[in-house]
Structures are given as C-alpha cells and as structure tokens.
Design a protein around this ligand. Structure first.
Ligand code: PRX
Length: 649
C-alpha cells in the first residue's frame, strides 16, 4: 500500500469524534474478549419493559445452530423508536420526506410520527392483525411505508417489505412463502417522474391461487391514479386512519420474537426469507448507526437506499429512529430531474451525513463536476458507501467532489443477513484506504479461510467468514432452519460463511473482493444466477440457461445469459428481446440481462455440471485463459461459444 493512498484521520474530525483510535482499540478488545460484558452495557441504550438477565446464548455448531441474545428480556421496537423520544424531542423532525418532484417535501416530527403509527397500529388490530402475523408491505418511498413498518412492530406483527421494483410474480412468491395475511400498498409509486402501478401489481399477484392467505389489501393514495377496487378486500388507508384512535399501547415482545422477514437472493433456489428478531437487531442497528456515522443529536442523516432493502430497514428507519435522529427519506432517483438532484437535496435539507451506493456515485461521477454545479455542500460532514466494493476512482471522486476533501468516507461492508454494519472505518478512529472497508466493528470477529476451511493468519486472501455471533445476526430462514444451517454454517464448520471473498493487508484492513458464490451484484442489488436461470427456463422456448456476471461501468456488474433453445426453435433479435421482457415480468427490471447469447449447447462436465468459469471468461472476451477444458463432456462446445461471442461484439 503506497503512502499516498492512506488518509489519516483529519485533526478536525479527531477533535469532535465520539470514538478515537485509542477508544476503538480498547472497546474492540473488550467486545471480543468479554462479549457478555460489552453487550450487556450496550443494551442499555434501548428501553426494556422487562430487563434481560442472559446476554449471549449462541452456537455456530452445524449440528445445533442456535442464536439468542438478551433472550429473557421484553421490549417494543416502536416504543423505542418513538414514545421514548417524545418528552425530549417530540417537536424535532423524525422524518424529512423529499418527494420525487423537487417541489414536494414534508417534515414529520416525532410527535406526528408517533400519532400516525399509533393510529395505524389500531387500524391493523381492527383488521385482526396481531403478534406473529405476517404483513407484506409493497410501497413507494413515502412516510406511510415507515408508518406501516413501525405499526407492525407496535402490534407485534412481522413485516415483510417487498421492493416496489419487483414484479407481480416475484411479489406473489414472497407472499406465498410467508403465508402473509395482509398487503399494504399504494395506488402508484413515483420514481424519476414515472408512475409504477403498485396496486395493479398487487391485484395481479393476488390472482395467484396460492395467495389465498391474504385477507385484505390496504391502499395508500399517493398519485390518485386510476386503480381497480375490490370492495370485499381493499381498504383505503385514509378511511382507516380517519376513524382510528390515537392511543395504542405497544405490545410487549420477547427479545427473540420476529421483527421482520426480508427476502434475499442466494446462490441456489428461490429467495430466502431472512429472519431478524427484536432486541439484538435493535441494539445492533442503533449502536452501529451512532458509532459508524459518529452521529450527534440534531444532525440530518440521509441514507439513499429504498426501504425495500435491508439498508433502508436498518439505516433509514430503525437505527436512526432508535437514536432519536432526523432521517431523510427520498422518494425518487438520484438523477431526476437531473444529475444535480443529490447535491440540491443536501443543500435544501442541510444534510450532515450522506450514505449511498457506489453505483449512484459512479452515475454522478460520469457527469464530472456537473453533479455539484451551483451547490454549496457545506452542511456535509461525513460520507458513507454500501452495497458493493467501491472502486478507488469512484472513492476519490466522492471524497473530493462531494466531500470537498473534508469529509471522511465510511465504506461499510455488511449483508441482509448481518442486520447491520460489520466491517467499516470509524471516522474518528480509522485512517482510510480507498477501496477498503478497513476494520471490524465492535464484537465482530472476521476470519479468512482457504477453500479447505483453514483459518489464515496475517496477510491473506480467501473466503470471508465470521467466527462468532453478534446481536444483529439473522436467526433463521423463515420456516426453514435447515436451509439456514446448510447455507451459512456447512461450508466451513463452526463459522458463519458470508459468500464473499476478502483480502487482509499488513495493517489488518479488509478488502472485500466480491462474491465467491453464484450471486451477482447489480447496482448494489443482490441477484442469484439461479433465479435468473429458473425464470429463463420457464419460457416455453428455452431449454437451458446459464447466467454470469460481467463488469459494468455504472452497475458494477451486468447480467450475461447463455440460452439454449428447444429443438425446432430459432434464435433471433426478437426472441432475445422477448426473453428480456420475460425476465422483467418474472422478477423485475433489476434482473433484465444486458446480453443474451444463444448457444447450441452449454459447456458441461461429464457429470452434467455447467462450467461457469468458462462462461464467465467468454462473456468478457477473455478467450486465452479458459483453463483446462479437457474435462468437458464435449470440448468443441467452447469454440462455438467463442465464435458466437465474437459475432455479438
Ligand atoms: O458482496 C457483498 C456486497 O453486498 C452483499 C450483501 O448484499 P445485500 O444483502 O443485498 O446487502 C447490501 C447492503 C448491506 C455482500 O455480501 N457488499 C455490501 N457492502 C459492501 C459489499 N461489498 C464490498 N464493499 C461493501 N462495502
């Protein structure tokens, strides 16, 4: 590592930090030597109804994976995010909402939000939604999405938020998997000036015969666009709110009762319902939000994620609100109406901390200085990055152009499964290296193992594992604990396997090198190759499909799919377009392949396994280093693939 690319903590940052280098080291040490003591103390940051006596009861033994934190305590998440702040900061903004259209914004105080959540929680009870019921939330980025999530938490229902960009098919699959009782949606979403027909998508999803568990659909009016209405099933949010009482006692929940399910893609099969529970999750997101962003009361925190992803759950909603912060929620996309939008929002709402994804940074960077044209940007104090490795070029642009070379960047590595940030700089404690997520957070013990599972010491590269539990960890896959164990604890015994590769340098810094399994990262969104393939082969003309990732300037990775057709079918540009539309319909726009390459057959081993390594190389035009192809059942397939690839490009 050359000296130029090390950014020491700046003196002004060090002077104001909550956590300097010495504090980080001492606390980190304490957190891993005596996790019980460390987390017992940290758990005091939230309000308990009944205090816990046990702290950590966890086992990564693959015969008996069991994760419990603070298990005998009771609490309510919505009371922690709302009620307890009323006395001190009832009139402070809890949510600043910025509309897709720059002329629209709203400020919702803690008192307002508490009232809306209490009313909606009463409305949910009125629809017979109670502890343990699953509620699907398919919403635009509007305050009612936050109200819906917090109201579920208030009555003890489990929310399953489905990203509004998913198709009716994908929504139906997620409703069926968790046997959800209710859907909360809006007439339409607005993104980048375009309308997305959420209610119509719900209507279509519910034509699926297995979605009969759904009793009602609650519809928020966002655009007033025309929608179909089914009176036996559909309920208007406004009608429910008009009659709902504003006093609602929060349900006393056990620490380990479920808070939410969030579906995410893996390397095999259908999306997994990642299950997070109540107390450990809340303690972990509150602590990470405060320490990683060095958050101080009164500051405006803007996380640009969608609430449909874990980043939105943990760092738009639960972490900030548990800390009594002001969280900014933006309905639209970063480049609408133009590339200056992000900078304009920062100035308009005096944002202090911006937390966004490399894909958004690269999109702004593509416009050079135009992205900050006319902007002041002086309110900003700290920048964050999440979702995929940030390439040093984007890091430097973010640091210099958005952060005016004043603001540290926290490159935060984590996953849906981890609940919150696991590896990240702390702004006042960690010298930065562009492209590195740097060091573990308190209580987190990462390791690097080789393919045989041997733990590597010192400078090393291999598979990233976590050696012991932390409170924000997922507890299970909803109703499929065996799959949870198989997915995360079987690859390397006694360790949590992340699916990521990483390198550790001479300073003990971690550099995430990307997924080592068949999961792609498209614009910071996770997409399993298996999901894309199964959508493809569901098309009547397709015999077989294999999806791989290829580097993409803006998205990080793009999707490249090899397709072989059924006998008698012929490849054509029209069919290629048709298949792209098909995937959009089956999963959603984020899964649409960049390229479809038709192939007479796919390269397989004699036992029938598709050799993706070869497909990845061919997709990037790297024909020279295909490695040993003699183990293929039919090595001549490769030459055909190369020729078609050449013709395509
Ligand atoms: O590959 C890693 C990448 O995103 C994956 C997790 O995706 P998801 O569950 O959708 O959660 C995204 C937001 C937390 C990881 O396995 N990833 C996430 N953050 C980083 C990252 N890769 C490199 N650097 C990061 N900071």
């Amino acid at each position: 590592m050359s000296a130029e690319s090390l950014y020491p903590v700046q003196p002004e940052v060090a002077a104001h930090t909550l956590t300097d280098e010495a504090t980080y080291k001492a606390l980190y040490q304490q957190s891993v030597v005596n996790p019980d003591g460390f987390w017992r103390e940290q758990a005091e940051r939230i309000d308990w109804i009944k205090p816990f006596t046990r702290v950590k009861q966890t086992s990564f033994d693959d015969h008996h994976v069991d994760i419990k934190w603070f298990a005998d305590g009771t609490l309510n998440v919505s009371a922690n995010c709302l009620d307890r702040h009323l006395e001190e900061r009832g009139d402070q903004a809890a949510i600043i909402w910025e509309g897709d259209d720059p002329s629209e914004h709203k400020v919702i105080t803690y008192r307002d939000l508490h009232e809306q959540v209490s009313k909606f929680a009463n409305a949910l009870r009125g629809q017979d939604v109670h502890r343990g019921d699953v509620v699907t939330i398919y919403m635009p980025m509007i305050p009612e999405a936050a109200v819906a999530m917090l109201a579920c938490a208030r009555v003890g229902a489990i929310h399953s938020v489905v990203f509004g960009g998913f198709s009716p098919e994908a929504l139906a699959g997620r409703i069926i998997d968790c046997n959800s009782k209710l859907v909360i949606t809006a007439d339409e979403a607005l993104r980048g000036g375009k309308r997305i027909p959420l209610k119509a998508n719900v209507d279509q999803a519910l034509t699926h015969p297995e979605t009969r568990s759904i009793q009602n659909v609650i519809v928020v009016k966002r655009t007033g666009g025309e929608i179909n209405w089914y009176p036996h099933r559909d309920l208007a949010y406004d009608d429910l709110m008009r009659v709902a009482g504003s006093v609602c006692a929060p349900k006393e929940m056990g620490a380990e009762e479920p808070l939410f399910i969030l579906y995410t893609s893996g390397s095999t099969g259908k999306p997994k319902g990642v299950l997070h529970t109540t107390a450990g999750y809340l303690v972990f997101v509150a602590l990470t939000h405060e320490k990683v962003f060095d958050y101080r009361p009164g500051e405006v925190f803007w996380c640009t994620a969608d609430v449909g992803w874990v980043t939105g759950h943990s760092y738009i909603l639960y972490g900030p609100l548990a800390n009594g912060a002001t969280t900014l929620m933006y309905e639209g996309v970063p480049n609408y109406p133009d590339v200056t939008r992000v900078a304009k929002i920062i100035d308009k709402h005096k944002v202090n901390i911006l937390y966004t994804a490399p894909t958004a940074i690269r999109a702004m960077m593509a416009q050079g200085k135009a992205a900050v044209e006319g902007a002041d940007g002086s309110s900003l104090r700290l920048l964050g990055s999440v979702g995929e490795p940030i390439n040093p070029q984007a890091w430097h642009w973010y640091y210099e152009t958005v952060g005016q070379s004043r603001c540290p960047i926290v490159d935060t590595w984590w996953q849906t499964e981890t609940g919150g940030i696991l590896i990240s700089p702390l702004p006042g404690a960690t010298a930065l290296k562009p492209g590195s997520a740097t060091r573990p957070f308190f209580g987190v013990v990462p390791g690097i193992v080789d393919n045989q599972g041997n733990l590597l010491e010192g400078v090393a590269e291999g598979n990233l594992v976590i050696l012991d539990s932390w409170p924000g960890q997922m507890r299970s896959i909803y109703r499929d604990h065996d799959r949870f164990v198989d997915t995360y604890f079987k690859a390397y015994r006694g360790m949590y396997f992340t699916g990521d590769g990483a390198r550790r340098d001479e300073d003990g810094y971690y550099w995430i090198t990307g997924r080592v399994d068949d999961v792609l990262n498209i614009s910071g969104h996770r997409m399993g190759t298996a999901e894309i393939e199964s959508a493809m082969v569901a098309h009547p003309k397709v015999a077989e499909a294999a999806a791989v990732g290829v580097p993409h300037d803006l998205k990080g990775q793009g999707i490249y799919v090899y397709v072989s057709l059924n006998t008698g079918e012929h490849s054509s540009e029209e069919l290629s377009q048709e298949l792209k539309q098909w995937v959009r319909h089956e999963i959603g726009p984020i899964a649409v392949p960049e390229v479809i390459q038709f192939a007479a057959s796919l390269p397989k081993t004699r036992s029938g396994k598709i050799m993706r390594r070869i497909l990845r190389k061919i997709a990037t035009g790297d024909y020279e280093s295909l490695g040993d192809i003699s183990t293929l059942a039919d090595p001549s397939v490769v030459q055909d693939l190369i020729e078609t690839h050449r013709d395509l490009h």
